[in-house]
Design a protein around this ligand. Structure first.
Ligand code: CA
Length: 488
């Protein structure tokens, strides 16, 4: 059967301007994105953040305000109003593109009132240790949502719904303060002893009122938006058992094919595998280890061992649960997980996610359109070519040639259902060179050319499918059939 390769796109970057028209732009872009072969779009958090229309959405204030109520200085969010959000979702779905909503449940910011709370200071390096005795602190923990006036939910938050916070107004100091009688969940990432606390007021997932509200909210969110899936923010900071139960109940309500992908941001693949196993693979995860390999290869100045690029990555160890990516809004220059993949290596990295048989690749808005704030140019031209190659040609059996520390390559044999499909990919982090590879029977006796334009001379493939394929130093070449119909 003819199938279409799945391709996700993260449709935002950190430095989009306040009051940008992201939702309404998407309405116009939907048919274009479909034509490019985008099959799912990850949208940024759509609810009101502490910084109102300047908040990326990760500084969550009110989960029930999708740009509908006058709170935090505006009705709309950074990206538009609730009506525009719903219209964008409908426009994308009309084109057959799945919409994935970003779900940020770990923390809250922008409380309406301060409260006096008894708390301990916590050692930031080992959060299992408290420092000194408990005392009274004054902190922002009371959320009234007055602008919403109980519409959709009358649940309010106060200090009892949180475990900890990072600022005391009595002493005007910035520490981690754990509330008296509260406990960090043991089933979270073990970095810093216990990585339950990330930022803001840390939501207490041991509190039944919190869990009940979030279950109602998940169903409400689906009923309001009819999205096709969730991207789960910061899962390593939320007790592992929460999403297992929450997603089980939500999928029972929505349908078992509701798609989710979690952000477990760690370079250690075993941490990701542990999370997947703990949760019976209830969600997919972004392949952060592979992202770090790309970063290291780009920073390696030609000395990265390319034959090990995919070793100890999620797409290698658990391919069915891997969403592969090159960079995202957190890895951008100046952001919390800054680990930007240098531009010279970016086309190679994209080839490594877009032309492989396994993993769902996620194209980053900041790479595709560029990041004006950081003077990072768009890669639209090369990524458009890669998107066409992925949509039409990257099919069939895969044969790897990861046999050299500098130059690696692989081929796709193509399949019966996609005309002229199949390709040879070769890339180097060091000197240029060539490799004999076999592209299978589909492309035997054909002339292939490098669609990137990096190598000008064509390559002849013999009757057995063998050809000698070239790439330049620090570069990638993608060899496809010359007389195909995709205007590459
Ligand atoms: Ca937490």
């Amino acid at each position: 059967m003819k199938r279409l390769n799945k391709t996700m796109m993260q449709y935002f970057e950190w430095y989009l301007p306040s009051n940008c028209k992201l939702w309404t732009n998407l309405i116009n872009q939907a048919p274009i994105l479909k034509e490019k072969g985008i099959t799912s779009i990850w949208l940024p958090p759509a609810y009101k953040g502490a910084a109102g229309n300047n908040d990326t959405g990760y500084g969550v204030y009110d989960l029930y305000d999708l740009g509908e109520f006058n709170q935090k200085g505006s009705v709309r969010t950074k990206y538009g109003t609730k009506d525009e959000y719903i219209a964008a979702i409908e426009a994308l779905q009309l084109e057959g593109i799945q919409v994935i909503a970003d779900i940020v449940l770990n923390h809250r910011l922008g409380a309406d009132e301060k409260q006096e709370v008894i708390a301990y200071e916590v050692d930031p390096e080992d959060r299992n240790l408290t420092i000194g005795d408990y005392r009274k602190i004054l902190c922002w923990t009371k959320y009234n949502f007055e602008g919403r006036n109980n519409k959709y939910s009358d649940f309010k938050l106060d200090w009892s719904h949180f475990t900890s916070i990072d600022y005391d107004f009595y002493t005007e100091t910035n520490k981690i303060y754990k509330f008296y009688g509260k406990h960090f969940s043991p089933d979270v990432d073990k970095e810093h002893g216990n990585f339950d606390y990330l930022m803001g007021a840390d939501v207490d997932f041991n509190n039944l009122d919190v869990v009940n509200d979030l279950t109602l909210w998940g169903k409400w969110y689906f009923d309001q938006t009819h999205v096709d899936g969730f991207r789960l923010d910061a899962v390593k900071h939320i007790r592992f058992s929460f999403y297992k139960k929450w997603l089980h109940e939500l999928k029972h309500y929505i349908g078992e094919d509701f798609y989710t992908v979690g952000e477990y941001f760690s370079g250690d693949v075993n941490s990701l595998l542990n999370y997947l196993d703990y949760n019976d693979e209830v969600t997919s995860l972004f392949d952060a280890p592979l992202h770090y390999h790309f970063r290291d290869a780009a920073n390696g100045g030609g000395y990265y061992d390319m034959s090990k690029l995919f070793e100890e990555t999620l797409v290698d160890r658990r391919p069915s649960r891997a969403v592969t990516f090159v960079d995202n809004h957190d890895t951008e220059p100046g952001q919390s997980l800054e680990s930007w993949v240098q531009e010279w290596f970016k086309p190679s990295a994209y080839a490594c996610i877009m032309f492989r048989d396994v993993g769902i690749p996620c194209i980053f808005y900041g790479d595709y359109y560029g990041i004006p704030e950081k003077n990072i140019p768009p890669m639209k031209e090369i990524l458009d070519k890669f998107l066409m190659c992925r949509k039409y040609l990257a099919y069939g059996e895969e044969k790897d040639y990861f046999d050299d520390p500098d130059i690696i390559g692989w081929t796709r044999f193509g399949d019966y259902y996609h005309q002229d499909s199949g390709m040879a990919v070769i890339l180097s982090d060091g000197p240029g060179g060539n490799k004999q590879m076999n592209v299978g029977k589909n492309l035997a006796n054909c002339v292939l050319y490098d669609c990137t334009g990096n190598i000008k001379e064509p390559v002849y493939v013999d009757k057995d499918g063998n050809g000698i394929f070239y790439c330049n130093g620090g570069s990638v070449s993608v060899w496809i059939k010359k007389d195909n119909m995709y205007n590459l």
